[in-house]
Write a protein that binds this ligand. Structure first.
Ligand SMILES: [Zn+2]
Length: 541
């Protein structure tokens, strides 16, 4: 069996004319001008595929006058033929199943008895100690087709995470934010990202047990671009179904040898771990500290882009820090059109990966991506109206939280269909309401909203996208605030009930309009669902 990355069709691409196709690495380089972009589904694969092509270009750039000249040619849509031929001459380095030097694998461990799931190559597939998943399938049975295995293998260099039992991360540490310039076609994209790197080049290490030459000195860039923190050996393929892309009856790889690499562990100096002397051109590094990247590690921040605030630096704390910088961005500052690949990971846990498209990394651009947590000023007696004080009853909170946690997408879809209907007009919706409501009553939870308010709340919550239903502690938006209300005030005592307050479907319409106008904003505010339920409960019934 042979599977050579230069020839086999594993790179998904979109052509400039809108057609979709799959290509091997050589065709992708040769036709780079005709290709709009490389288009794998995962942001990590997007980055890893470009990184592999760039590593090939750095490796053979000298054959075509050096990195600077190749960069210029590519930006003009041309790829030097000397470079293409230089890579083709060493095609044997890129076969996944080559007997002597299989690509990124170590033949010394081919007889290892303890095999691991092929899913170990993908942080988002549940396997082994990668614990942040709800579903753990049968690791042993997992199989991946060869294009998917290729993507997984290419992730090993830039995206290895620290893992259980001594698995060391990539040369630049835990997965950081990575910038990638985006051009009008693949040639320009590669040209923009092919920046002249400082320091020595040394040798690319495409195969065998990876050992750095001198890990306590500055790492040469070809060594860094082929840095392999694992010792992997793929078992021979058999026909099967791919668990990642779903292709059937194709050659697939099952369990693999997947071991730690002792040679890529951090060095220690006086009992302290020392980072490798290498700065990835795409990663963002803090300026005032030695070789430390900006990264996203908190799931609750990543959930709504709050982790991006790091790219603005740190202000207002004891330790002021300038914004972290990426070498690639500094070298292409005038360029507009970027990807920010943002994995959110903590040691062995993977939370999510995002690909954010942005014009540049100016502070204005970053700020526009952050969630808005504007303080809504307390409304003072609009038309004589005073907002009722929140009861902060536990029942209301329980009710809203339980709905968010327990309902499925199908439940929300049913409730969405119940818009402007009463309970008895939507039996399916009524079942969902009563399942939750009587369940909570049965648990003796006090202070629940009235059934009418509960019904209205569920219909309103169903009207927004799932992301806007998440309960956030700093949520302030309440559509009730936008309705004008007037209040009777007789003898100095204000009545709780507003005079001209819409009821029934008019209230539902007003609330929906408020929610919709919020969701249409560029940065919608977080919705205070519990506050809304509390106030509605005081105002109606
Ligand atoms: Zn596949």
């Amino acid at each position: 069996m042979n599977y050579n990355l230069l020839e086999e069709e594993w790179i998904p691409v979109f052509y400039r004319d809108g057609q979709f196709g799959r290509l091997g690495a050589m065709k992708a380089l040769e036709q780079a001008k005709e290709i709009r972009c490389i288009a794998p589904a995962s942001p990590l694969d997007l980055f890893a595929a470009h990184r592999f092509l760039l590593a090939l270009l750095y490796w053979k750039a000298d054959a075509a006058g050096g990195v600077r000249q190749v960069r210029e040619s590519l930006r003009n849509g041309k790829i030097p033929s000397e470079l293409i031929n230089g890579i083709k001459d060493e095609a044997h380095c890129f076969d996944l199943f080559d007997d002597k030097s299989p690509f990124l694998q170590d033949t010394d461990v081919r007889n290892e008895k303890k095999l691991k799931s092929v899913g170990s190559l993908f942080a988002e597939l549940a396997s082994g100690t990668n614990i942040a998943h709800f579903h753990h399938g049968d690791d042993k049975k997992m199989r991946l087709c060869l294009p998917c295995v290729t993507l997984g293998m290419l992730r090993v260099v830039p995206w290895s995470q620290q893992g259980g039992s001594g698995l060391s991360p990539s040369v630049h540490g835990a997965p950081p934010f990575m910038a990638m310039a985006k051009g009008d076609n693949l040639a320009i994209t590669l040209g923009l990202n092919l920046v002249p790197l400082v320091g020595e080049a040394s040798e690319a290490k495409w195969s065998r047990h990876f050992k750095p030459d001198e890990s306590n000195k500055p790492i040469p860039y070809l060594e860094a671009l082929t840095w392999n923190p694992r010792r992997i050996y793929l078992t021979p393929p058999q026909k099967g179904i791919c668990w990642y892309c779903g292709q059937r009856n194709v050659p697939t790889v099952g369990q693999i040898v997947y071991l730690k690499n002792e040679n890529t562990k951090l060095n220690e100096e006086k009992g302290k771990k020392v980072r490798f002397q290498w700065q990835d051109p795409c990663a963002f590094y803090w300026k005032d500290e030695a070789i430390r990247t900006a990264k996203s590690t908190e799931e609750d921040q990543a959930m709504y882009n709050k982790d991006l605030a790091q790219l603005l630096g740190k202000h207002g704390t004891k330790k002021e820090q300038k914004p972290p910088e990426s070498f690639l961005y500094e070298k292409n500052k005038e360029h507009e059109g970027w990807y920010l690949v943002t994995p959110c990971t903590k040691q062995a846990k993977t939370f999510d990966h995002r690909r954010i498209e942005l014009t540049n990394f100016s502070s204005e651009t970053i700020r526009s991506l952050l969630p808005v947590d504007r303080l809504v000023k307390k409304q003072k007696a609009l038309d004589g109206w005073k907002e009722p004080k929140l009861k902060q009853g536990q029942g209301i909170g329980h009710f809203v939280e339980a709905a968010v946690m327990l309902f499925t997408c199908a439940d929300w879809a049913t409730l969405s269909n119940a818009a402007f209907r009463q309970m008895h007009e939507s039996p399916a919706g009524f079942d969902i309401l009563s399942g939750l409501y009587w369940g909570l009553r049965g648990k003796n939870i006090k202070g629940l909203p009235s059934p009418n308010v509960a019904w209205l709340m569920l219909k309103l919550m169903a009207a927004v996208c799932a992301n806007a239903r998440i309960l956030r502690s700093n949520a302030k938006f309440n559509p009730l605030m936008s309705i004008p209300k007037r209040q009777l005030s007789a003898g100095g005592k204000a009545s709780l009930y507003p005079v001209s307050f819409p009821r029934g479907f008019r209230l539902e319409a007003a609330m929906r309009a408020g929610l919709v106008s919020n969701m249409r904003k560029r940065n919608p505010e977080s919705i205070d669902w519990i506050g809304l339920c509390d106030r509605l409960d005081q105002l109606i019934d």
